[in-house]
Design a protein around this ligand. Structure first.
Ligand SMILES: [Zn+2]
Length: 713
C-alpha cells in the first residue's frame, strides 16, 4: 500500500484520522494510469467555485420551463463547454401546469378565519419576498372548486383510510386533510380519490417536519410555521415523464397524433389537491369535531386531534394553467477512446420549485466541479475508454420529465450503457449515504474509500460511523420522509455499511426501472426542514448545510470518481453474487408473506429460490474471474451488461412502463422501493392467481440473468 496524502484543496477541518487511498481498483488489471488520473482529478473540485456555482444557480426562482430556468441551462452549458465537453441543450415539449390562482378559505364554523395559502414569511430571510415565487401548489392537480366538510386522514396510507372506515367516518364528498410523510404524496391523493374524497389538502405537521424536530428557520434548520412543501402529485408509480407520451420522447417536433390526450393519461389525479403550511392548517385541524383521532395520528400541534367530518368547512378553489411547455436538458459528452458506444451516464436535475439551494442545486454545483475536474484531465490529453455523458435534467420536480424523455429517446444507445449515476439532493448536511442496485453496492463503497472526508479519514470511514449511529436511533428512516433519496436502509442485512434500495423519487427511475441500466444515487444529509419551500435558498444553505462548501467538494469528488472509474475499467465491477444474495432475501421474505396471506394455498417459492441461488452462484464464479488478470474482458463485460437487462420483464401488472422484475416504486409507497414488485404487490392485493403468474415471471428473469452470466465460463 502506498501512502497517499489528501489531495490539495481538501480542507480537513479538525481532521485527525489519516487518509490513505487504496492502491488497487477492482476491475483494473493495471491500475497505475487510472490511479494517476484519479489523483489529478481529485485535486480539482474547489469549494470556492462550488459556492460560486450555487450562488449563480440559486439567484432566482427557476421552476421548469421559466426564463430563469433557461438561464440556468445556459450557465450549465457554458461550464460543460469550458471543460471541453461536446455539449448542447436538448429541448422537449411537455404537458405541465403552473398555478394561476390558488385559494383555500375556511368558511365554517363562524368566527374561524383563514385565507390561504399565506405567503411564506419568517423574521429574517433575504429571499422570501421575490415576486417571482409562485404560490405553493401541487403540480398536476386539476383545477377545481370544492366546498365541503373536512376529514383528517393521518398520513393518507391504505391503513389510515381503512381505519377511518372502521371508525364509521365516510370521506365521500369531503375534503380530506392529510399530513406529509411516510408515503409519496401522489399515493395519498390516489387513495383519497379511490375512497371518494372530493379534494385533498396536504400539510406539513410539526411532528414530522417543524418545531417538534428542532429549532425552526431562521434560528435552526427546521420548517418554520409558514413554510410549505410544494410537490408533484403525478402518479409516477404508473409512469413518470410527460403524461401525454408514455414510452416515447416528447421531442419538439413530435406529431400531435403520437400523443395521448391528458384525459387519457393514467398518471394524472382527477381530484384537486393543494399544500398548506402548518400555520394555515392549524385553524382547520383545531376545528375538527367527530371522534378523537387514534393516538398514533396525533401530531405536534397544541391541541387534541379529531378526525371530523366538520364542523370545519373549507372552500378550495384552484385554477391551474395547463399547457405544453418547453423544457431544457443540457447534455455534455466525452467520447470514449476505445468503447465509444458504451455510455456511463451521470445525471442531476437543475429545475427547482423555488430557489432549490439543496434540492437540486447542491447537486448541480457538485456536478459542475466534477466536470471541472474531468476538464482538467482532458487538457492533459486524458481520454476515458468509454463515453461519459453528463446530464442536467429539467422538470424532475414535475415528474422526472427531462430524464424520462431523454431515456425514452435514447433507449437504443442506453441498451449498451454500463451505469447511471444520479445525484439530486447532494448536500443538506455532513452524513454520506447511497442507494444502488446490489451489483453496484460494493463499487460505491470502494469509491468512497478513495475520497477523503472533511471529517478526517475517508468518506467510507465516516459513512460507516454515521450509518451505525443512525441505525441505533432510527433517525435515518425518519429523515428520509422529507427527502426522497439515498440513505434508506437496505432490505437485506449486511455486515458492511448499508447501501439502500432504489425506489422512485429521482431521475434514476427511467434508466433502471424502464431500461435496465445499473444505477446508483448518492447524497450527504443532515436536518433539512425547508424541502420544496422558498426557504431552501442560499441563506439557509450557508447557515445549515455546508458553510465552507467542503461537503460540496466531497460530493464532486465522489460523483466524478464514480463516473470516470467506471468509464475506463477493464472489467465492469458489477457484483452479481451480491445481487443474487439480496434477491434470495427478498424471495424468502415474500414467501413468508404469501404463507401469511394465502395459508395452505400459498404457492411454492422453490423455483424462484433456486433461480436466485443460481444467480448468486453464477455471480460468485464470475467475481473470481473479474478480479483476476485472465480471460477476455470484452466477453466478460458483455455478459455483465446483459445480466441487468435480463431482469427486465414485459411490464408490471397495470403499469407496463415499469419493466424491472426486482425494483419499482411501490404503488402504495411511491418513493420507497418495493422489491420483486410483481410478486409482492400480487400478495398485497390478495390475488393468488396473479401471485403464481408473477412468481413464474420472476423465476424466468432470474434464470435468464444467471444464464447470461454462465456464458462467461
Ligand atoms: Zn430534487
Amino acid at each position: 500500500m502506498t501512502q497517499q496524502t489528501a489531495p490539495p484543496g481538501g480542507q480537513q477541518q479538525g481532521a485527525t484520522a489519516p487518509f490513505t487511498a487504496p492502491d488497487k481498483i477492482f476491475g483494473y488489471r493495471d491500475p497505475a494510469a487510472e490511479l494517476q488520473a484519479e489523483k489529478i482529478f481529485l485535486a480539482v473540485p474547489d469549494p470556492k467555485l462550488a459556492r460560486q456555482h450555487l450562488q449563480v444557480l440559486t439567484a432566482a426562482p427557476h421552476v421548469a420551463g421559466s426564463p430563469e430556468d433557461r438561464r440556468t441551462a445556459e450557465y450549465v452549458l457554458q461550464q460543460y463547454l469550458a471543460a471541453g465537453l461536446d455539449a448542447s441543450i436538448q429541448p422537449y415539449k411537455v404537458w405541465m401546469a403552473l398555478p394561476l390562482d390558488i385559494r383555500v378559505d375556511v368558511v365554517a364554523p363562524p368566527g374561524v378565519v383563514m385565507h390561504g395559502p399565506s405567503p411564506e414569511r419568517v423574521s429574517d430571510d433575504l429571499f422570501q419576498k421575490d415576486p417571482r415565487i409562485l404560490p405553493a401548489f401541487n403540480e398536476y392537480s386539476p383545477s377545481g372548486d370544492v366546498t365541503a366538510d373536512v376529514v383528517y386522514a393521518n398520513y393518507g396510507r391504505a391503513e389510515d383510510f381503512k381505519k377511518l372506515k372502521e371508525m364509521g367516518v365516510d370521506v365521500r364528498g369531503k375534503i380530506v386533510i392529510i399530513r406529509y410523510g411516510e408515503v409519496f404524496r401522489g399515493v395519498k391523493v390516489l387513495l383519497a380519490s379511490q375512497y371518494g374524497a372530493a379534494a385533498v389538502i396536504l400539510y406539513s405537521d410539526p411532528w414530522d417536519d417543524g418545531y417538534y424536530r428542532g429549532d425552526k428557520y431562521p434560528k435552526g434548520p427546521w420548517r418554520p410555521d409558514t413554510g410549505v412543501q410544494r410537490g408533484s402529485v403525478q402518479y409516477l408509480f404508473r409512469y413518470p415523464g410527460d403524461p401525454t407520451t408514455p414510452d416515447i420522447a416528447s421531442v419538439p417536433d413530435l406529431p400531435e397524433s403520437k400523443r395521448i390526450s391528458p384525459e387519457q393519461a393514467t398518471d394524472l389525479p382527477k381530484i384537486p389537491v393543494t399544500p398548506l403550511s402548518y400555520a394555515d392548517a392549524t385553524p382547520i385541524m383545531e376545528n375538527l369535531g367527530g371522534p378523537e383521532s387514534p393516538r398514533a395520528w396525533q401530531g405536534a400541534l397544541p391541541f387534541t386531534y379529531h378526525v371530523g367530518p366538520g364542523p370545519v368547512k373549507v372552500h378550495l378553489a384552484l385554477k391551474q394553467n395547463y399547457r405544453f411547455t418547453t423544457i431544457w436538458d443540457v447534455i455534455g459528452m466525452v467520447r470514449g477512446s476505445q468503447l465509444p458506444n458504451e455510455w456511463v451516464v451521470a445525471g442531476n436535475h437543475r429545475d427547482a420549485w423555488v430557489y432549490g439551494a439543496v434540492d437540486p442545486s447542491s447537486g448541480t454545483a457538485a456536478q459542475l466541479e466534477a466536470v471541472h475536474g474531468i476538464g482538467e484531465l482532458l487538457k492533459k490529453g486524458w481520454r476515458p475508454r468509454r463515453t461519459m455523458v453528463f446530464a442536467s435534467w429539467d422538470a424532475e420536480e414535475e415528474g422526472l420529465i427531462g430524464s424520462t424523455e431523454f431515456a425514452e429517446q435514447h433507449a437504443k444507445d442506453l441498451s449498451r450503457a454500463v451505469a447511471y449515476f444520479n445525484m439530486d439532493v447532494a448536500v443538506s448536511g455532513p452524513d454520506f449515504g447511497a442507494s444502488a442496485v446490489p451489483s453496484l453496492k460494493q463499487y460505491l463503497r470502494d469509491v468512497a474509500k478513495s475520497v477523503p472526508s472533511p471529517k478526517g479519514g475517508s468518506v467510507y470511514d465516516q459513512w460507516k460511523t454515521t450509518a451505525g449511529e443512525h441505525e441505533k436511533d432510527g433517525k435515518s428512516q425518519k429523515e428520509t420522509l422529507m427527502t426522497p433519496s439515498p440513505s434508506r436502509p437496505a432490505a437485506a442485512g449486511s455486515a458492511d455499511v448499508p447501501v439502500g434500495d432504489l425506489g422512485g423519487g429521482s431521475d434514476y427511475t427511467p434508466f433502471l426501472q424502464h431500461l435496465g441500466v445499473p444505477s446508483a444515487d448518492i447524497g450527504s444529509k443532515g436536518p433539512y426542514g425547508v424541502y420544496h419551500s422558498a426557504f431552501d435558498n442560499f441563506s439557509w444553505f450557508i447557515k445549515f448545510a455546508d458553510p465552507t462548501f467542503v461537503y460540496e467538494q466531497q460530493m464532486a469528488r465522489i460523483y466524478g470518481l464514480e463516473a470516470m472509474r467506471m468509464a475506463s475499467t477493464d472489467v465492469l465491477p458489477l457484483n452479481y453474487e451480491d445481487y443474487g444474495e439480496e434477491i434470495g432475501e427478498y424471495v424468502k421474505t415474500a414467501e413468508q408473506r404469501a404463507k401469511t396471506t394465502f395459508g395452505e394455498q400459498a404457492p411454492s417459492f422453490a423455483d424462484a429460490m433456486k433461480a436466485a441461488e443460481r444467480l448468486q452462484k453464477a455471480g460468485a464464479d464470475l467475481v473470481k474471474l473479474q478480479g483476476k488478470s485472465i480471460g477476455d474482458p470484452g466477453a466478460m463485460n458483455l455478459v455483465l451488461r446483459n445480466a441487468e437487462r435480463a431482469l427486465l420483464i414485459d411490464g408490471l401488472p397495470d403499469r407496463p412502463w415499469f419493466k424491472h422484475a426486482i425494483y419499482a416504486p411501490g404503488e402504495h409507497t411511491g418513493y420507497a422501493a418495493v422489491v420483486i414488485p410483481g410478486v409482492n404487490e400480487a400478495i398485497e392485493s390478495n390475488n393468488l392467481a396473479l401471485t403464481r403468474q408473477q412468481l413464474q415471471l420472476l423465476t424466468g428473469a432470474l434464470n435468464r440473468a444467471a444464464g447470461a452470466l454462465e456464458m462467461a465460463r
